[in-house]
Ligand binder design. Structure first.
Ligand code: FES
Ligand SMILES: [Fe+2]
Length: 387
């Protein structure tokens, strides 16, 4: 008899078999996967601490020596642009005795510790350490900030806590090619909102990537949309909704909309891509704009949900931008509220001891694909004993 490292996973193995089937024969993940501590800890260890995690758009660093602080998985991280314009990421703790260095965002000559006044450059080097001359064998060079890997794709910044991850572009596979016509590097994020939603992070990735719920959860803000799964090569899923109109305003809104993104052509000019970069970064690219919804686990049943709305810089420069964009922002805010509500409602009932997995509609192919992706990484590969 095989036994595995995680007793829960072993005891649930029959139910996992049903998730692994072809999606029209499969079941959703067992409810335990959305609340069990052991499963959650395995996700953090095997997925989040090894993955590229979105931390913000590049325009959050408007000039050299600017920085912002972000909390990711309970870790405080400084993201900064050095004097040469290179983007860096560091753990936000001092190398003296570990005090937290920075808060918020801004422009600063150096990162100064508020405790004993050690100072660090934007390259993470220790450049000031008062009254340390008598300390034996103390070497400034050995006491720089602890670096975190950071990479930039089209203005989207991703960090990786793993010290030796595969490059971001390898993770993204052919996605940059699929989305190249949107010229995302020229986008400007004009609004961010931040939410704490009482649901497991996977429930939110699932609601993002299926259109089944749209007519019931978003009857007026979205209505019926059918966006089938598209082929993908890389750590992402994408779907495509063929429609000649932007999806950034409500379907019944006949008011003026912005022109298409400059140079938009081919398939991208005929509809909208809904994309999920694993593990939890959702990006919608439509004819005239884009937005993202990033989920970060807080614990088993709570997630940080960070949202950003973007337009091409040329659109933001238009005289009518404020007036026209108001309707876009209203539509986006409303859909987020609707999804936050349904995810919390979903989690509350999944918390029942008697809740069961369920069968999927043809609208939910990506839900099943994402479930399998998680299981492949969380299920123990290592057989402890084979008696
Ligand atoms: S903890 Fe930072 S200078 Fe002492
Ligand atoms: Fe939704």
């Amino acid at each position: 008899m095989k036994t595995y490292k995680y007793p829960l996973l072993d005891s649930q193995s029959q139910i996992f078999e049903n998730v692994k089937k072809y999606f029209l024969e499969a079941e959703s993940l067992p409810p335990a996967c959305y609340k069990d501590t052991e499963f959650y800890n395995a996700e953090i260890k095997n997925i989040f601490l090894k993955s590229w995690l979105f931390v913000g758009r590049e325009e959050k660093l408007p000039c050299s020596l600017s920085y912002f602080v972000i909390d990711v998985l309970g870790e405080s991280v400084i993201i900064t642009k050095n004097a040469d314009g290179e983007i860096k990421a560091f753990h936000n703790f001092c190398r003296h005795r570990g005090a937290r260095l920075m808060d918020g965002h801004g422009v600063t000559k150096q990162f100064r510790c508020p405790y004993h006044n050690w100072g660090y450059s934007h390259n993470g080097d220790l450049i000031g350490a008062p009254d340390m001359k008598k300390t034996e064998n103390f070497c400034m060079k050995d006491n720089g900030l602890v670096k975190i890997k950071i990479e930039n794709w089209a203005g989207f910044l991703f960090i990786n806590f793993d010290s030796d991850p595969a490059p971001l572009l390898e993770h993204l596979g052919d996605l940059p090619k699929t989305l190249e016509k949107y010229d995302l590097i020229k986008m400007l994020c004009i609004k961010e909102t931040h939410h704490r939603v009482a649901c497991n992070w996977k429930l939110y990735t699932e609601v993002d990537m299926e259109d089944y719920h749209a007519p019931t959860v978003h009857p007026l803000s979205i209505g019926r949309q059918v966006f089938p799964r598209q082929p993908s090569r890389g750590e992402y899923e994408t779907t495509f909704y063929e429609n000649p109109k932007t999806v950034s305003v409500v379907p019944t809104d006949e008011g003026p909309v912005f022109p298409h993104i400059e140079g938009l052509s081919g398939k991208a000019a005929t509809g909208t891509y809904f994309t999920m970069i694993y593990p939890s970064f959702f990006l919608v690219t439509t004819l005239d704009s884009c937005w993202w919804i990033n989920k970060t686990p807080i614990n088993e049943t709570n997630s940080a949900v960070d949202v950003g709305y973007c337009f091409p810089k040329s659109t933001v420069a238009r005289e009518d931008f404020e007036e026209v964009s108001r309707r876009y922002i209203e539509r986006w805010d409303r859909v987020i509220r609707e999804d936050n509500n349904i995810c919390e409602r979903h989690q509350a009932s999944i918390n029942s001891r008697w809740c069961l997995p369920g069968r999927l509609s043809f609208h939910e192919e990506v839900v099943n694909a994402m479930n399998k992706w998680v299981l492949e990484r969380v299920m123990p590969k290592e057989v402890v004993s084979d008696v």
